[in-house]
Every structure is written in C-alpha cells, then in structure tokens.
Design a protein around this ligand. Structure first.
Ligand code: PMP
Length: 304
C-alpha cells in the first residue's frame, strides 16, 4: 500500500503518497487509540460522488469525542479533505480513509499532551468480499471470539483498537475456510460481522440486532430506509444464533462490504443456500442509489 503513486491529505497538506510518513513512536501505533472512517465514492453520470459524506464525518467526530480526542479541524474541512483526496487522485470511484491519530509527542498513556493528526487517503477498491460472492453469497462461521462489551471498548466509536477483536475473528474464520465471521455479544446474542452489520429475512420481515455493541452502520441505516420505502417491515431486536440458522435470507452491510449475501453459517445453508430475493432487491436498490441512478435520495450524494 505504501509504495505507490498518488496523493494523501496529511494535516492540511497534500503530500506524495510515498512521503505520507509518521514516526515509529507514533502514539496510536503503540496503543491503538485513534479513530477512523471508511467512506466510498461512486461513479455517477455527473462525476464521482461521495455517499453520505456528512454522516461519515459526523461519526468520525463523534468517535473522537467519545475517546476524548481534541480535533483541531472542523467538519467542513474534513468533508473537503475527502473530496480533495478523490479529486487529486483522479478517481472515478474510491474507498476513502480519514483517520485522526495521536502523534509521537509522548509515550505515556496520558493523552492530554498529545497532538491529534489527520490523514485522508483515497484509492480504488472493488468488492470487499469478492465480486462473485456478491451474487452467490459468502460462507460464515460464528466466531469463538466475543464481540466487545459496551463497557470494555466504546462501540459507538469507530476506534482503531476495536479492530484487533475483528481481526482475530476474521483470521480464525479464514483459517477454517470461511469468508467472514459472525460475532456474538458478551451475552451470546448475534451482533455483527468483523466489519459489517448483519440482517436476516424471515417471513418477509427484515430483522437486525439492536445497537448495543455493534457499530451504528451507515449502510445499515440506508438499508433500513430503503426497505421501509419498499413496504418491508424492519425490526431491530435481540437475535439468537439459531435464528440465523433458520432465516430465509441473511446478508451483511457495510461501506466496504456494501450488501453481501450470506449463503451458509456454520455449515448450514441459509434459506435456499444462495442470494435470496429480498437481499437481491435491496442490493440492486443500494447500487442504484449510490450510483445516482435512482431519483430517490440524491441528497445522500456529494459530488467531488
Ligand atoms: N460494524 C463494524 C465493526 C464496521 O467496521 C463497519 C464498517 N464501518 C460496519 C459495522 C458497517 O458500518 P458502515 O455501514 O457505516 O460502513
């Protein structure tokens, strides 16, 4: 990733990709206290457009607020930095990565003497879980790792350190030949994927876990809105592992994963064992909306 052409927004400067460096004593590198976002821009008829930009920026600032990081930028500046990152790299579509991190100003755990730095990078990134899997669905295992407890890490924050738990779960799932892990919370209820929210369909109704230790996903919110507009009931509730096994359909949502069907969990086929009809309908609608092919929700698109 580091050795390539391109430009990165770094503390208000546009720097060469290869020169976007930080010191080895960068605080966040040691202790994981930092916050970031994953945002996408899609190709539209009117040029590249960032999907739900302000919502992502708001979540980034909320994450920093939760961690007590004092950000020396305002939201408009970070919105603009994301547009710049796409524009300067001449991307038609992009994955955008803004991050606030503590610099190398100190090594102790007290953070009050540290500066908050910011990067915004953008690059082309196709389907996170594979193009073919978007049609046929992925194979998932329930993780042996428990999702965060709400008073251990702060689950409303998209914090760097939270992702160690995700990476342990994904590593285990992939080692066992699965594509992704489904994580249960500390009480044993279904919570989310390693980088995605989860949905089930049963009897034509859409179910998703209520937000306790899951990230408040922007794709989750988008899918809930689109489903309700189609007249599909959406219910947020506690979901058990065996409810997933007997669902008619299941899928993950996320900025990177978009809408990814789940065809199997723990060796059990979900529904027909392929992408279900409601999943397909919502997936199509999602792609129409993000590409500006739908008249509805153009307010979610920000041209770069
Ligand atoms: N849960 C986790 C743990 C995630 O990392 C992500 C990706 N940001 C999501 C859910 C989905 O969130 P969003 O739809 O906002 O990308």
């Amino acid at each position: 990733m580091a050795d390539r052409e391109g430009l990165i927004w770094h503390n208000s400067q546009i720097v060469q990709w290869r020169n976007a460096q930080t010191h080895v004593l960068t605080h966040t590198l040691h202790y994981g206290m930092g916050v970031f976002e994953g945002v996408r821009a899609y190709k539209t008829e009117r040029g590249p457009a960032i999907f739900r930009l302000r919502e992502h920026t708001d979540r980034l600032f909320n994450s920093a607020h939760i961690l007590g990081m004092k950000v020396p930028y305002d939201r408009d500046t970070i919105d603009e930095a994301q547009r710049i990152a796409v524009r300067e790299n001449r991307l038609d579509s992009a994955y955008i990565r803004p991050m606030f991190y503590f610099g190398p100003e100190g090594m102790g755990l007290r953070a009050d003497n540290l500066d908050v730095h910011c990067i915004v990078a953008a690059w082309e990134w196709g389907s996170y879980l594979g193009e073919e899997n978007m049609k046929n669905g992925i194979r998932v295992r329930v993780s042996s790792f428990t999702r965060h407890h709400v008073n251990v890490t702060m689950c409303r924050a998209k914090a760097n350190g939270n992702y160690m738990n995700s990476m342990m779960a994904l590593q285990e799932a992939m080692r066992d030949g699965y594509d992704e892990a489904l994580m249960l919370d500390a009480q044993g209820y279904v919570m989310e994927g390693t980088g995605e929210n989860v949905f089930l369909v049963r009897g034509g109704v859409l179910y998703t876990p209520d937000l306790t230790s899951a990230l408040d996903g922007i794709t989750r919110k988008t899918i809930m809105t689109l489903a309700r507009e189609l007249g599909i009931d959406v219910v947020e509730k506690r979901i058990t592992r065996d409810e997933v096994y007997i669902a008619d359909e299941a899928f993950f949502t996320g900025t990177a994963a978009e809408v990814t069907p789940i065809r199997e969990v723990d060796g059990r086929a979900i529904g027909s064992g392929t992408r279900g009809p409601i999943t397909e309908r919502l997936q199509q609608l999602y792609f129409d909306v993000v590409h500006g092919r739908s008249e509805a929700h153009l307010e979610w698109l920000t041209l770069v």
